[in-house]
Design a protein around this ligand. Structure first.
Ligand code: 16G
Length: 245
């Protein structure tokens, strides 16, 4: 692995950390470093390139901020990029936590916000709830291991959950506790390019491809429980539909 990196040029007056950064960018551009590859330990890289660990850390830090690399706690630094693709069958109604667990990935979420309120006029029409009906809103960044995979904005009929705090790691788990996990869903998919705000939250370059998925989740009796808009990274998901005549 180390031999794939070119040595720094001693006669170059550019600060060393910028040279390391440029060298790493080249390695990424030429596929010497490929998606999911682990970078050598900072100590080894510093030794190999004849610079300090601080210099290495600074160069890597810039690329982490740009989302080209990411750190996994206790495991090191890895190349971002096309994540392990998750194949999702659209005929089964599953949750993000279940999808990840089925692939041996650890899921967790970071809260963007959670709040209680009442339906907007648009939600009232979309959800078939009376104007002023109480709802909870859960806005989350969803992670698979340490990789941000999706942004999810959910509006839930407040009568379907014990409380706003009932949702911890899984929304569907909390809904199941009150017997209100959706049993049927309608989904709409659309291709998008990530704008600046969402690209930043997902640590992806501006304009990266994504999938916008709107899910309406219903109970057996036809009542709508969930209205969720998800933004999935386009390089991580394959949606599979089974069709028959
Ligand atoms: C999935 C659903 C989303 C649901 C969430 C619950 C799609 C496109 N969307 O991401 O509608 O709210 O799972 O996940 O599949 P959780 O139970 O792990 O919070």
């Amino acid at each position: 692995m180390l031999t794939t990196f070119r040595q720094l040029d001693d006669s170059d007056a550019t600060p060393k950390y910028m040279q390391v950064e440029r060298m790493l960018r080249e390695a990424l551009a030429t596929d010497a470093l490929r998606p999911q590859d682990a970078l050598p330990a900072e100590r080894d890289l510093a030794e190999e390139l004849g610079v300090s660990r601080i210099t290495i850390r600074k160069a890597i830090g810039t690329l982490v901020d740009e989302g080209l690399l990411h750190r996994r706690h206790g495991a090191g630094t890895f190349v971002t990029g096309s994540a392990q693709r998750i194949e999702k069958s659209s005929s089964k109604i599953s949750s993000f936590s279940e999808d990840m667990a089925a692939r041996g990935l650890r899921s967790h979420s970071e809260w963007i916000s959670r709040s209680s309120g009442s339906v907007t006029p648009e939600e009232s029409i979309n959800m078939g709830l009376s104007p002023g009906a109480p709802v909870f809103r859960f806005n989350r960044i969803r992670y698979a291991d340490e990789l941000p995979m999706a942004l999810e904005y959910s509006t839930i009929d407040a009568n379907c959950l014990r409380s706003l705090d009932a949702v911890e790691s899984s929304l569907y788990k909390a809904l199941a506790e009150t017997g209100n996990r959706p049993t049927r869903a309608l989904q709409r998919l659309r291709a998008i390019a990530f704008d600046e705000g969402r690209a930043e939250l997902l640590k992806m370059p501006l304009g990266s491809p994504g999938l916008l998925i709107e899910r309406r989740g219903f109970l057996k009796n036809g009542r709508l429980v969930e209205l969720t808009t998800s933004y999935y990274r386009g390089d991580a998901y394959d949606f599979v539909a089974e069709l028959s005549d």
